[in-house]
Design a protein around this ligand. Structure first.
Ligand code: GLN
Length: 309
């Protein structure tokens, strides 16, 4: 057994036994049904070896982790012009905060808070029907993971649509400033559905490889994005990927990472590995409690922190 495989199974076993599991998100009713005892981890290294343990094959709701991929698509579509629609500074506020938008005239702080991700979705949607835009996002995930079985969990999308009053408010507010080009319903429909993509840790770690490998998809050997763009997406993941918990995540884990309220985290060790963890219980900042602890254990054991071993 390789070192990584041994460490990954030790971490899974340790996390399975821990009593402190955080609280599963309940504001999207369908997410509240998930087993809080689940824990999965998958690591794909630079050579393409996969080390995975626990519930690594169980699909979960990736939620805000999808925002890394919609950001990638939007940058591909409109290039650096995207930054006139959304900023790239950490927000220091919760993911669904309303106050900052008013101060900043409807321009969201960064592409990973909800308002920013809704604006990014709007960019992808322009010129397309919602169904086409959503198809493009889903196919991108399937292509990156090299796995056609990745799907959208309609029950989760419906559940969020029925209760997503805060996101509806954020989107309408941005629309009033002219930040959204498309009908609010259309943009939100695509947003709720891409948040409802279901993937396993293994699929997600595969999808993150291009960020760890200088923009390349190792399966095809072709670039997904230029090297410089992968570096910049990683920078935004490091500074904004965990909302007002981003500083703590950088301090403890030392890797670019993106969390979702489904309890997943995608983390990138540049040049070394793409890592996905999943534990549904969240901490007070809405990030996976055990997911972060597991990543802290992994980066320490492997010496993978970008700030030094
Ligand atoms: N779909 C969720 C929402 O908009 C995503 C939030 C998250 O994962 N942090 O509220």
């Amino acid at each position: 057994m390789s070192d990584i495989a041994r460490i990954v199974s030790e971490i899974a076993e340790e996390m399975r036994q821990r009593p402190d599991r955080g609280d599963v998100a309940t504001y999207i009713p369908q997410l509240a049904r998930v087993d809080p005892n689940a824990f999965g981890i998958a690591v794909v290294d630079a050579a393409g070896n996969v080390a995975a343990a626990g519930d690594c094959e169980v699909p979960f709701s990736i939620q805000s982790i999808s925002k890394v991929f919609t950001l990638t698509l939007a940058l591909g579509k409109v290039g650096e012009g995207l930054w006139t629609r959304v900023g790239r500074e950490p927000s220091g506020s919760p993911f669904n905060s309303v106050v900052q938008l008013e101060y900043e005239h409807g321009i969201p702080r960064n592409p990973f808070i909800n308002a920013g991700a809704i604006a990014v979705t709007d960019v992808i949607l322009s010129g397309h029907q919602p169904r086409e835009a959503l198809g493009e996002i889903l196919r991108f995930m399937q292509f990156l993971s090299d796995d056609r079985s990745i799907y959208i969990d309609e029950a989760v999308a419906k559940s969020e649509k029925a209760t997503g009053f805060r996101n509806i408010a954020l989107a309408n507010y941005m629309k009033s400033f002219g930040v959204l080009e498309n009908p609010v319903d259309f943009t939100l429909g695509v947003y709720f559905h891409h948040c409802a993509i279901a993937m396993s840790c293994r699929q997600l770690a595969m999808a993150g490889r291009f960020l760890a490998m200088h923009g390349f998809n190792p399966t095809t050997g072709c670039p997904v994005v230029p090297d410089g763009r992968a570096r910049r997406i990683n920078a935004i993941m490091l500074t904004c990927g965990h909302y007002d918990g981003s500083g703590e995540f950088a301090y403890r884990v030392g890797l670019p990472g993106k969390s979702g309220v489904g309890g997943g985290i995608l983390a990138v060790a540049p040049g070394k590995a793409s890592i996905a963890v999943w534990s549904p219980g969240l901490d007070a900042t809405g990030n996976s409690h055990l997911g972060r602890i597991a990543l802290e254990r992994l980066t320490k054991a492997m010496g993978w922190s970008i700030f030094g071993a």
